[in-house]
Write a protein that binds this ligand. Structure first.
Ligand code: GLC
Length: 422
């Protein structure tokens, strides 16, 4: 009897343990823009149905800089409450030690993705995260307004500035006092680093810190590019643009109050949603080029990935979730619903994807030439590099010093930060 009871007890606990292994309670953290969190939830519902696991989303602020600060603290403290992190493309070298190596788990699927993205998520041979989507920005423009004023889609910043001013003035005279020419991400955060890198690179002014670790930002082309952007504030762009992140720019644009906008592809699907005042009225083009030697259109490489915390109590199920979120099925849904760029080349030829987001046919080339931020050469110091850069740019945009003055100070600060080596 006693033995029987013992046996039953033992069998029950074996069942419980086996049950627990099959049905994990996972959590994922994600900040996102637009209705990204609702989309994530819809995909997690499918994962739950397929695996029997449950997944809680811990929502975060949409600013990647704010997310990074929080995640660094949690990971440093060995937080076991979060299993899966949605990670920005620039974070891999800085957080590599805190995430599991996914090389083995993903060996059958890594070949599906663009090799450059897998490379960006590989640190010293360790695959730190799996790609969910890639990002390369666009110049959003109002087709109806360009037509009304008989203007071409601008291919240089100078043309963009002139067209923005003319249409803004015309529309204000015609009765819309809220009209602006151009909105972008001018807040002091990672998004400004992306915007300003595009201006600098488009003027032939380099990439802040080059692939070999050289600090290149203090040069006349870079200064000319940032001074140009400073002229926009209070003219074609609202003063408030100095505080805009992605969603604030989209807010102005989607209400119909800007001729142009710099933003990531996610704003395409939202702008064409049924309740959007600009539905059907806009299209996207590559960002304009600067002037001078080496000038050309430049897009900063962005993108998001999924990583598994090494403190996760359910690493196997968490890895399943990471694989699911980077799968072709979820990426296709993303491309259609969220207009996020896939990391799987064949999806750029998928008829359903192209029907929903026709611009994607041209965006594969733009993504392939996109400029990386210097997160690989500056390694664990990237966040500080970026924050020094965006601060120098934000000061210039705010009228505190010229770009040349601020870039000279930035060069000295970067040299101090670098020391003998990055
Ligand atoms: C987008 C990009 C990301 C970038 C961020 C800046 O989310 O995908 O890489 O860091 O914008 O705001």
């Amino acid at each position: 009897m006693k033995i029987n009871k013992l046996l039953v007890g033992l069998m029950m606990s074996v069942t419980l343990v086996a049950g627990a292994a099959q049905a994990a309670e996972l959590s994922i953290v994600s900040g996102d823009t637009g209705n990204g969190l609702a989309f994530l939830r819809s995909q997690l519902d499918k994962f739950e149905a397929e695996t029997g696991n449950t997944v809680t989303v811990v929502p975060m602020p949409s600013s990647t800089s704010d997310q990074f600060g929080q995640y660094k603290l949690w990971l440093a403290a060995g937080n076991a409450d979060i299993d899966v992190y949605q990670t920005d493309v620039i974070w891999a070298p800085q957080l590599a030690d805190q995430f599991l190596d996914l090389t083995d788990a993903a060996k059958d699927v890594v070949g599906n993705h663009f090799p450059s993205i897998i490379e960006s998520q590989t640190v010293d041979g360790k695959l730190v995260a799996l790609p969910a989507f890639t990002d390369a920005p666009a110049l959003f423009y109002r087709k109806d307004l360009l037509e009304k004023y008989n203007k071409e889609v601008p291919t240089t910043w100078a043309e963009m500035t002139a067209t923005a001013q003319e249409i803004m003035d015309g529309e204000r005279t015609a009765g819309n006092p809220e009209m602006y020419g151009f909105v972008f991400q001018g807040n002091a955060y990672e998004g400004l680093t992306c915007n300003a890198l595009e201006w600098v690179k488009s003027f032939g002014g380099g990439q802040i810190v080059e692939a070999d670790g050289t600090i290149s930002i203090n040069n006349p082309q870079a200064a000319a590019a940032i001074d140009m952007a400073a002229t926009w504030i209070g003219t074609i762009s609202p003063e408030g643009n100095l505080a805009y992140q992605e969603e604030e720019s989209r807010g102005v644009w989607q209400l119909g109050n800007s001729v142009f906008m710099r933003n990531w592809p996610y704003a395409y699907a939202l702008g064409n949603s049924d309740d959007s005042p600009v539905k059907g009225l806009f299209d996207v083009a590559p960002l304009p080029a600067g002037e001078g030697e080496g000038a050309g259109s430049a897009a900063t490489l962005g993108g998001w990935n999924v990583a598994v915390s090494k403190y996760s109590p359910d690493p196997e199920e968490a890895i399943k979730l990471a694989l699911f979120l980077s799968s072709p099925e979820v990426q296709k849904e993303r491309a259609i619903n969220q207009s996020n760029l896939p990391t799987i080349p064949s999806l750029y030829e998928d008829a359903d994807v192209l029907a929903a987001s026709p611009f994607m046919a041209n965006w594969k080339a733009i993504f392939e030439q996109a400029v990386p931020r210097p997160s690989a050469p500056t390694k664990i110091k990237y966040n500080e590099v970026s924050s020094l850069f965006w601060s120098a740019v934000h000061s210039t945009l705010s009228g505190n010093g010229t770009a040349a003055e601020n870039l000279e100070g930035l060069e000295a600060d970067l040299a101090d930060l670098k020391g003998d080596a990055w």
